[in-house]
Each structure stands twice: as structure tokens, then as C-alpha cells.
Design a protein around this ligand. Structure first.
Ligand code: HPA
Length: 251
């Protein structure tokens, strides 16, 4: 069973035929909400909106450890994470859907490991390639099937938020090699790796990053909302196509 972790604009999944909701307790506290189990396109999935069902939890307050632990507890075979981002690279514009291939973490003060207690002593996971290749291929195939012109390959810069960046900060992220910027992929991605859960990130570009394109002097939050509304149908179609293959449970 695949898990879908929804971001801004994806707090519910209309096409999901809901079977049950389950409150999962974890040693790390409460996840962002109950897990929603159901059938998507005829396949079992579990859905969790990381900002909560009412989009009330800001990026720095999300209990990432509880969310990923809860998904492990129900034995998901992989996680498709949907995140909204600003586009930095000149070919990445609002409305694009992007398959991520790398991450740079600029966040601070977020609890970002499970390996911090006597039961789970320090372990340095390999994170050279942060996303799962098989899951990425599944998403690529799905995009091909529905003729979605997904941008394949982009480095995600994870900032602390909740404010958006300055133009100079975006210049720096670009010099660092980032193609898109968001606030939520970390530590989610590395926590999934710590628990050996395959994880892939699909980014929805909702604005030009600060100082770029039509965000040269400011970022319009109204426009972010509009782009989200216009793009989410395509994101849901992509996810629906991507779950269409059965997923083998991990040993
Ligand atoms: N910066 C950071 N996070 C974001 C942005 C952005 O421009 N757009 C959507 N999430």
C-alpha cells in the first residue's frame, strides 16, 4: 500500500473512496491527523495531509516524526510526498509539476532524527540519493501515461519559513544549485529514509520564487492560491495513475 502525504492544496483527495479513518498513536506524539484509508483508482492507499485536514499546522510545527512513524506502523510500502514550491530555475514556472531528485536542507530547530535515544542509538543513514528510484520511475511512467509534461529532476531547497524568502536568499539558493524552494520536505524525507521507507517527492510550482519572473518585487499569495486551485487536478491525476500498479510490501 502506498501512502500519499499531501501538502498545501491537497488536504483532501476527492477521488479517494474512503474506507476508514484511523487515529494512530506514536511514541513521538500525534500525527497531523487520522490516517485516511481507501481505494484510489482501485488500489489501496493511505492519505495524510501534513498540514492537517484544515491546513492549520505551519511547516515548522508539523510533527514529522509522528507522521512518518504512523505510516510505518501501518506498513506502507512507499510514500509519495506532494509539496508546493516556488520556482527558481528559469525553466520552472508556476503551474509546473516537478519530480524532485535532490534536496538541500536549510531548516533549523526541527527534530530530524529517530536515532536520539538508547533504544535507537546514533546511526548515520546514507542520504546521497534522497529519493527512491523505483518510486520516481513509477511517477515518471504515470506522467507519460496521462501526457503530463512533468519536469524530471530538480533540487529542492527546504527553508525554515513560515515567511517567504528575500530575493538575495533565492540568489544564494540558486548559486547552491537549488531549482525549487519549499518549507516542508525536510526532515520528512530523511525520517522516511531512517525507517527505510521508499520516498519520492512531487513538487507543484505555485509561484516564481522571490525576485524571479512575476515575483520580481513581491510574491502574490492570491496568485499562489489560484495556481494551486488550477494545478491540483493534474497532481491528483498523476497520483491516481501512479498508484495503478500494485506495490510489493517491503520484507
Ligand atoms: N518559498 C518557500 N516555500 C514555498 C514557496 C516559496 O516561494 N512557494 C510555495 N512554498
Amino acid at each position: 500500500m502506498l501512502a500519499i502525504v499531501g501538502g498545501s492544496g491537497l488536504t483532501s483527495f476527492a477521488e479517494l473512496e474512503v474506507e476508514r479513518r484511523e487515529i494512530v498513536r506514536t511514541p513521538y506524539g500525534e500525527p497531523s491527523g487520522p490516517l485516511t484509508f481507501g481505494q484510489l483508482n482501485g488500489h489501496a492507499v493511505v492519505f495524510l495531509p501534513r498540514h492537517g485536514y484544515g491546513h492549520t499546522i505551519p511547516p515548522h510545527d508539523i510533527n514529522y516524526r509522528a507522521n512518518i512513524w504512523a505510516l510505518r506502523q501501518v506498513q506502507v510500502a512507499g510514500i509519495v510526498a506532494v509539496v508546493s514550491v516556488g520556482g527558481i530555475r528559469p525553466d520552472i514556472h508556476p503551474g509546473a509539476i516537478v519530480l524532485l531528485d535532490q534536496v538541500i536542507d536549510y531548516t533549523w530547530g526541527r527534530v530530524s532524527t529517530y536515532f536520539d535515544n538508547p533504544d535507537m542509538p546514533v546511526t548515520h543513514i546514507d542520504f546521497t540519493v534522497p529519493f527512491d528510484n523505483a518510486l520516481r520511475q513509477r511517477l515518471r511512467d504515470a506522467a507519460g501515461q496521462i501526457a503530463e509534461p512533468m519536469v524530471d529532476g530538480a533540487c529542492y531547497a527546504c527553508t525554515q519559513g513560515p515567511r517567504l524568502e528575500t530575493a538575495a536568499e533565492i540568489d544564494r539558493l540558486e548559486r547552491d544549485g537549488a531549482a525549487v524552494v519549499g518549507m516542508t520536505l525536510m526532515p520528512e524525507a530523511c525520517l522516511a529514509r531512517e525507517l527505510d521507507i521508499p520516498y519520492a517527492g512531487v513538487a507543484v510550482v505555485v509561484n516564481h520564487a522571490a525576485g524571479r519572473g512575476d515575483s520580481k518585487f513581491s510574491i502574490s499569495t492570491a496568485e499562489i492560491g489560484r495556481t494551486l486551485d488550477q494545478t491540483m487536478d493534474r497532481v491528483r491525476a498523476l497520483i491516481m495513475a501512479s498508484v495503478a500498479k500494485p506495490v510489493a510490501l517491503q520484507p
